[in-house]
Design a protein around this ligand. Structure first.
Ligand code: TYM
Length: 343
């Protein structure tokens, strides 16, 4: 029988920065998709601690969050035997390629990044250079591993776009060096909004902690936050319907419900026909509690054995560094850096 060649799996890269505790937003926008794609692709998932340095962190808290984030990755279903799970700063090639790509990225294009404009407005006293060149480090993360697909929430798609522009520029100058990555955004959960201010994104840096649900929140905390979620004062018999423009709070809760249960928008709206917010909000809360319960419980279990987590990220760093070095050898040669001596 003739041997049919097996096409190599395509590659996924994605990351979360540990600037705050993992949120329902990053779970639905990113992690849930990572899990659903894990068998079809060759996957690398990173804890982007270098990216976290663009804001001031308490060092011990940052270290705690790195381990906790790793525990969440594994607890969510990312098997360290099948996916490469590692910490960004353990693979120095990220910073090295980040610098090289800085030199192939224009001031003008970085200035146009929505997140840079947003974050500089919010942190006016700390608009550091890292915040500005953040997208080039992110491009380095992706391009180092020749990733085909980058599953992210909607807020990161502009950064994947600039990564493609940088890759195009580099490939145009030096011939094919980097794979052209594509962003992959989920149907529901791509932009989870704050529960207390549904016109702004749910985020770890939110002022009102009630607006942000954390993956590690207890069921009681999750229920409390959903019961307090802002809706509107619609007085019709069936106020639960999807109208993003005029009913952003309800639209957000419906999208969360669909993402958490896997149901369609039509069936979600049908389920709440004739019901008021008093029934709707706790039901969404329960769906989120049930989705996150196994993740929180497993993560807490994993956190009891720090050595095992350290061994997962050590193994991950070795695998990632091997792949990164393959790309770096090409890049260094192409841009004209002298071959590294052995020392
Ligand atoms: P970060 O840490 O802000 O968010 C991690 C992931 O979660 C998604 N996300 C959301 N999705 C839906 N609704 C929300 N409210 C929400 N909040 C966060 C984000 O879109 C993201 O996918 N720069 C990245 C981290 C990063 C990265 C990379 C991502 C570093 N290097 C390389 C992809 C590839 C960031 O700050 O995401």
């Amino acid at each position: 029988m003739e041997n049919t060649p097996i096409a190599p799996k395509k590659r996924i890269f994605s990351a979360i920065k540990p600037t705050g505790d993992a949120t329902l937003g990053s779970y639905l926008g990113a992690i849930k998709n990572w899990v659903s794609l894990r068998d079809e692709y060759d996957c690398l998932y990173c804890i982007a601690d270098l990216h976290a340095l663009t804001v001031r962190n308490d060092p011990a808290t940052l270290r705690r969050r790195v381990l906790e984030q790793l525990a969440i990755y594994v607890a969510a279903g990312l098997d360290p035997e099948k996916c490469v799970l590692y910490v960004q700063s353990h693979v120095p090639a990220h910073a090295e390629l980040g610098w090289i790509l800085d030199c192939y990225t224009m001031f003008g294009e970085l200035s146009r990044m929505t997140q840079f404009k947003d974050k500089s407005r919010k942190n006016a006293d700390n608009v550091n250079a890292g915040l500005f060149t953040y997208p080039t480090l992110m491009a380095a993360d992706i391009l180092l591993y020749q990733a085909d697909l980058v599953p992210v929430g909607e807020d990161q798609t502009q950064h994947v776009e600039i990564c493609r522009d940088i890759a195009n520029r580099f490939n145009g100058a030096y011939g094919d060096t980097f794979t052209m990555p594509e962003a992959f955004v989920p149907k529901f959960g791509a932009r989870v909004m704050s529960l207390s201010n549904p016109t702004s994104k749910m985020s770890k840096s939110e002022e009102d902690a009630n607006g942000c649900v954390l993956v590690m929140d207890s069921p009681e905390e999750i229920m409390r936050k959903f019961k307090r979620a802002v809706t509107d004062s619609d007085t019709v018999a069936s106020p639960v319907y999807y109208d993003k423009e005029n009913k952003p709070g309800v639209a957000n809760l419906l999208s969360i419900y669909c993402a958490a249960t896997g149901c369609t928008m039509e069936s979600a709206v049908a389920e709440f026909e004739g019901k008021g917010y008093g029934a709707f909000k706790p039901r969404v809360g329960e769906a989120v509690v049930e989705m996150l319960r196994p993740v929180r419980e497993k993560a807490n279990e994993l956190l009891k054995d720090k050595d095992a987590l350290v061994s997962i990220y050590t193994d991950g760093a070795a695998k990632a560094a091997y792949l990164a070095e393959k790309t770096m050898r090409k890049v260094r040669r192409k841009v004209g850096l002298t071959e590294r001596p052995r020392y």
